[in-house]
Ligand binder design. Structure first.
Ligand code: ADP
Ligand code: MG
Length: 261
């Protein structure tokens, strides 16, 4: 099963892809209680694209993101991020790769309460052993509208501001791919819009690739395309989504699965 692969994918075709999954399967538990969270997912996302992932609760969205980001390992299949194969690597190699080339944004921000906004923001640089420059924190926090909050603690910020710090932290290493799991799930409409604009600008202005799980059709409409998941399988794709077309597809997702589409 394990073959030796070169660090870069085979040829420029694979290297041009930000994310490639081939027949990725992930199960939890065993025997009667076993759950197949991902059931042979194959997909390719080009660099510089913004993709939303939608599907019912329990359809495997978070597992997909974790496996794609190298935070979890699939049972079988291939995961390539930015042309580099994630499967068959040691934990230390995966960690080093994530710190250099991947950014994360979570629903609950995951900031460290004891650190200032500036310290939280540059933490990925510190962990990667890179030079930490105060100007870099200032620059990236200014870009998310928090240039005057460097010395604050997360507890002194609103939810929307905390999530903008989390985005600054995800951007600070200039990663190739940013993964966001329900980044607007805990935010009011206005803060959500600001966060979505920042993610969209990361793609449009800075050429990053963003993959975002959401249950909100309005949030999904900020993306270039939407992938639908149902029961651990891809159940469709929608390009140039609008809130209405996304909601319509979500409503009929069960039908598509029943028809085996
Ligand atoms: P979603 O994010 O779409 O709600 P998840 O990817 O979190 O779905 O979960 C997909 C399925 O896998 C669910 O049935 C969930 O209970 C199960 N699952 C996810 N993570 C684990 C885990 N660490 N241990 C056991 N079951 C899990
Ligand atoms: Mg989830």
């Amino acid at each position: 099963m394990f073959r030796t692969r070169s660090r870069q994918g085979p040829g420029t075709g694979a290297a041009a892809q930000a994310l490639r999954l081939v027949k990725v399967t992930r199960s939890f538990g065993s025997g009667e209680g076993a759950v197949t969270a991902l059931d042979g997912v194959t997909l390719t996302l080009a660099r510089g694209t913004f993709t939303a992932v939608m599907g019912p609760s329990g359809s495997g969205k978070s597992t997909l993101l974790q496996c794609a980001a190298g935070l979890d390992l699939p049972d079988s299949g291939i995961v390539q991020v930015d042309g580099t194969e994630m499967t068959g690597r040691t934990e230390a190699e995966l960690t080093r790769f994530r710190r250099a080339r991947v950014g994360f944004v979570f629903q609950q921000y995951n900031l460290l309460d004891t650190l200032t906004v500036a310290q939280n923001t540059v933490l990925p640089l510190r962990l990667a052993g890179r030079r930490v420059d105060r100007r870099r924190a200032q620059e990236v926090l200014t870009a998310v509208g928090l240039g005057d909050r460097l010395g604050h603690r997360p507890a002194q910020l609103s939810g929307g501001q905390r999530q903008r710090v989390a985005i600054a932290r995800a951007l600070v290493t200039e990663p190739r791919v940013i993964f966001a799991d329900e980044p607007t799930g805990a935010l009011d409409t206005r803060s959500a819009r600001e966060v979505l604009r920042l993610l969209r600008d990361a793609v449009r202005v800075h050429g990053r690739t963003v993959v975002m799980v959401t249950h909100d059709p309005v949030a999904a409409s900020y993306a270039d395309s939407v992938l639908f998941l149902a029961d651990g399988r891809l159940a469709g794709r929608l390009d140039m989504p609008t809130p209405d077309t996304v909601a319509e597809r979500m409503a009929h997702l069960g039908d598509d699965v029943a028809m085996g589409v």
